[in-house]
Design a protein. Structure first.
Length: 135
């Protein structure tokens, strides 16, 4: 690995939650400015520090999704599901499967999303599910 990432890995992860939040915030600002190279670096550092932080996994997957690299998005969004099952996490995976053309998998993940309480994604999951059922 690189010396910077090795140094980051030696930091106490629990003490660095605020640092990771700041990295994600700056990464989002860079993403808004279409500076994807810096965005990747910042999220990679955040992931190195706290690989199980939902905010990092969600944003890293979102970056890949925005770049139309849906397999990459699924890698991070499935990790979200491994940590916590909820409507939003299932929906994100369903959206990526939909974009990959894997309609059956997208339907399955939407169906699972709709079994959970609304966490801000229920309407999106329902809309995607209804669209997929027409195919």
């Amino acid at each position: 690995g690189t010396p910077i990432l090795e140094g980051i890995n030696s930091i106490n992860n629990e003490d660095c939650s605020h640092l990771v939040d700041d990295l994600v915030y700056v990464a989002n600002k860079c993403k808004e400015e279409k500076n994807f190279e810096i965005t990747h670096r910042l999220l990679k550092w955040g992931y190195a520090i706290q690989p199980k932080k939902e905010k990092v996994l969600k944003e890293y997957g979102g970056l890949y999704y925005d770049e139309k690299k849906y397999e990459g998005a699924l890698i991070y969004w499935k990790k979200l599901l491994d940590m916590r099952t909820c409507c939003g996490h299932y929906y994100l995976c369903a959206a990526a499967y939909d974009m990959l053309g894997n309609i059956e998998q997208a339907k399955e993940f939407c169906s699972l999303a709709l079994k959970y309480p609304d966490d801000g994604y229920y309407g999106k999951a329902e809309s995607l599910y209804n669209r997929l059922m027409k195919k």
